[in-house]
Ligand binder design. Structure first.
Ligand code: CA
Length: 329
């Protein structure tokens, strides 16, 4: 009965009409009612917890320190491809490598010449000459040991087919040169020139070669000296001369005495004299000690520095000389 009365009282106290509310909720009576009617007062600031009263919540405290950094997350998914950028400006014009093109063309030309060029003066036709003279002309030949090379072919003298390797005619080419020039060759094939010791060696070292020298003395006499054997040794032996089998109308054979001699120049002394014959005679030759013939001497000198062929007494100066070889038939 007492509980029923309390329930009614509590229900009445917390569901008052406006008139009653002011009286009940603002007095000690309200606190008294709450202690009896806790189920109605749980949401009010007057609820008790045991013997301790709970006040209103205080102001919010200071924010705590941040916690430790978390682990790195998994990488995200690759995004979609972006749109193409705008077209760039035109670049500057490139440079064509002419050197490579020229080298390539030279190789092709060399291959063509190797296929079609004559192998010796023996097979040339005069209308195929690069340039012509009364006695022959300059031809592009393919010599297997030398490669493709321009040579002067004498097509008329003594049956023709001669390869000319030395000529003194105009005096406009200096023959007082060093070793390198004599090995490589110099001058103008149609005029004064020296073919070169290396080519001479390559084209004569298989034997069966004959050689001829044509000369005109300073007083206009034509001489010839022909040799049935002619061979030039390798560079390792300083292009040693091997010559024999003289015939001709020169006053004496003044070339055979130089056989078995190495070639010498002013900067490469291989002669048998204590001094340097090439310097003394102003040429390059197979000097012994020093010269019975000096066809590579100084064109303008009239003593033993000049171009001469030994005579009965002294020397005979020359105004023309030509040396040539061919395969013996
Ligand atoms: Ca010497």
């Amino acid at each position: 009965m007492e509980s029923l009365i309390t329930l009614l009282l509590c229900s009445f106290a917390f569901n008052p009409s406006p008139t009653w509310a002011t009286t009940l909720q603002s007095s000690h009576f309200k606190e008294l009612i709450c202690n009896q009617c806790q189920q109605y007062c749980e949401n009010t600031d007057l609820v008790t917890a045991g013997n301790t009263r709970v006040g209103k919540a205080g102001p919010r405290g200071l924010r705590g320190f941040p916690g430790p950094r978390g682990p790195i997350g998994e990488p995200g998914v690759i995004g979609p491809r972006g749109r193409n950028g705008p077209v760039g400006a035109r670049g500057s014009e490139g440079v064509v490598n002419m050197t490579l093109i020229e080298q390539s063309m030279d190789r092709k030309i060399e291959e063509v010449h190797q296929m079609y060029a004559p192998r010796s003066c023996d097979g040339v036709k005069s209308d195929a000459a690069l340039s012509r003279t009364d006695s022959g002309g300059v031809f592009k030949l393919f010599i297997p040991e030398v490669g493709v090379r321009n040579l002067f072919c004498d097509l008329t003298d003594d049956g023709g087919n001669w390869v000319v390797f030395q000529r003194r005619m105009y005096g406009n080419v200096n023959f007082y040169r060093g070793w390198g020039d004599y090995v490589k060759g110099f001058g103008d094939l149609q005029g004064d020139h020296w073919l070169g010791l290396e080519a001479l060696h390559q084209m004569t070292n298989r034997g069966n070669i004959e050689m001829k020298i044509n000369m005109i003395t300073s007083d206009g006499i034509h001489w010839s000296a022909k040799y049935s054997n002619f061979n030039i040794g390798p560079g390792s032996e300083n292009y040693t001369l091997s010559v024999s089998g003289y015939s001709g109308n020169a006053t004496l054979d003044r070339f055979s005495p130089h056989t078995n001699q190495q070639f010498s120049t002013k900067d490469a002394d291989h002669d048998l004299w204590k001094g340097n014959c090439a310097s003394r005679r102003e040429g390059g030759w197979w000097y012994r000690g020093c010269a019975q013939s000096n066809l590579n001497g100084n064109f303008n000198k009239t003593d033993k520095k000049g171009i001469y062929w030994g005579a009965d007494s002294g020397i005979k100066l020359l105004r023309f000389s030509e040396m040539k070889f061919r395969r013996r038939s």
